[in-house]
Design a protein around this ligand. Structure first.
Ligand code: C2O
Ligand code: CU
Length: 467
């Protein structure tokens, strides 16, 4: 297929599956988008649905080694990474379903190490969660089938939960989108998965690493869907949904753009639109932006962010340019049915306390002084509203992530949010205390960990049992 056709087929996020692409990196068919011209943003190809039932999405994902080539059109340089891909592409195929659908994924392991698939942010049965705490991983050459239903609209993602620090860093991840057919339609939608790359294997967050110590906490060249600073073309007057996912191992994004408007977070639509300037996307976080282009193009810029406290150093860089095919009068925002719900009042008790501890200089990272898997399992009672308090005792920030159940943010340093705020990953600032409410309706042994993957790897993970 020519690149043009491929882009037309893939860039508008329709419901048809497109899986017949053989491209080996984020640039479409290899070799076609090489050079010193800015590429047009290409949403990752969608997975082919192998099941005729419209309420069932059945796909096959093969994890295998792949070479990724990232061309920086700004200076013509190219970065080659010996990495991994799903079905030959990184980001992997986008899985697109609707609320209530069943998703069935057959994973084929073409790597020479174990792997699994974890469904980040989804409320699914424990034995489908893709963790190796009480289940075996998928051995090289073997396959496994994951099956679950999706009950909440939003932008989720999938990635392995075995040797995560390495496997995710090498390109194993993709978007999982759950649509709500009752939502008003927009003119277009794009998936934008951000990641940062170096040619070297994943490195731990270390005080000696300039990149980490510098601007964004990342490790090198930032890409959007494997493209360096691509251009999104829209017409003035249109409404677009941009689904942002931070898939980086340890890189923070602090994004800003004119007319900034966020309509959804980790767990789907917000209770009210958020028009604050500056959007922090810590590793593992997602957000949906509503773009309302008018007379002029603009850029999504990424400001330096000091996730280890203190002053932020480094450069502000554009990550995505939004260019106009034709200017127009900016449209009014989409008329979503905003809930406007107030936060649940904090009941005051605490069921589970997690302290985040660690030392940059020793690279030892712990929860409650314990290093995974030598941990104490704490529990919430099935069917109750449980309270988890997370205290960051370290001098660096940590995106705290809980599997299996979303949580409500009850307060941050004692201050409740203005609206009800549902998340599955929340960045906990240095020396901050966050209180989270969990409707413990999903029995299982749920991983709770830092989504800075080198921290998780070093042991900053524990298990929250719901029984
Ligand atoms: Cu996205 Cu346990 O992680
Ligand atoms: Cu951490």
């Amino acid at each position: 297929m020519s690149l043009l056709l491929w882009m037309m087929a893939c860039s508008h996020g329709d419901h048809t599956a497109h899986g017949d692409h053989a491209h080996t990196d984020g640039h479409g068919d290899s070799g076609e988008v090489v050079g010193e011209v800015q590429g047009t943003l290409i949403s990752p190809a969608e997975a082919t649905d192998l099941d005729p039932d419209p309420a069932v999405l059945r796909v096959r994902l093969q994890a295998a080694p792949a070479t990724h080539t990232f061309v920086d059109w700004r200076d013509g340089s190219a970065l080659e990474v010996e990495g991994y891909a799903y079905n030959g592409q990184s980001p992997g195929p986008t899985l697109r379903a609707r609320v209530g659908d069943t998703i069935e994924v057959e994973l084929e392991n073409g790597l020479d190490e174990e792997t699994t698939l974890h469904w980040h942010g989804l409320h699914i049965p424990y034995d489908q969660d893709g963790v190796t705490w009480t289940h075996a991983g998928v051995a090289p050459g073997e396959s496994a089938v994951y099956r679950f239903t999706v009950d909440r609209a939003g932008t989720f993602w999938y990635h392995p939960h075995f040797d995560v620090k390495y496997q995710v860093d090498r390109g194993l991840y993709g978007a999982l989108i759950v649509e709500d057919p009752a939502e008003p339609a927009m003119d277009g939608e794009q998936v934008a998965i951000l990641d940062d790359w170096t040619a070297a294997a994943s490195t731990a967050v270390s005080p000696d690493d300039d990149h980490v110590h510098g601007a964004h906490g990342g490790e090198g060249l930032w890409t959007v869907n494997g493209q360096v600073l691509p251009r999104l073309e829209v017409a003035g007057g249109e409404r677009h949904r941009l689904r942002l996912i931070n898939a980086s191992n340890s890189g923070y994004l602090w994004l800003e753009w004119p007319g900034q408007r966020r309509i959804a977070g980790d767990q789907g639509r917000l209770e009210a639109p958020d028009e604050a300037a500056g959007l922090l996307l810590a590793p593992g976080d997602r957000a949906e932006a509503e773009l309302l282009p008018g007379a002029e193009g603009f850029s999504l810029i990424d400001r330096p962010y000091a996730f280890q406290g203190g002053e932020a150093h480094g450069e502000t860089e554009a990550r995505l340019d939004v260019a106009l095919t034709a200017p127009g009068a900016a449209a009014s925002p989409t008329a979503f049915a905003w809930g406007g719900a107030a936060p649940t009042p904090d009941p005051g008790f605490t069921d589970v306390l997690y302290t985040l501890q660690g030392e940059l200089h020793t690279d030892a990272w712990m929860i409650n002084g314990e290093v995974f898997p030598d941990i104490t399992v704490q529990s919430l009672v099935l069917g109750r509203f449980g309270i988890v308090e997370v205290r960051n005792l370290s001098a660096t920030e940590h995106p705290f992530h809980l599997h299996g159940m979303a949580f409500e943010v009850l307060s941050v340093d004692g201050v409740p949010p203005v609206y009800r705020q549902m998340e599955d990953t929340i960045n906990v600032d240095t020396h901050q205390v966050v209180r989270l409410g969990v409707w413990a309706d999903n029995p299982g042994d749920w991983m709770a960990h830092c989504h800075i993957l080198p921290h998780e790897h070093e042991g900053m993970m524990t298990v929250l049992r719901v029984e």
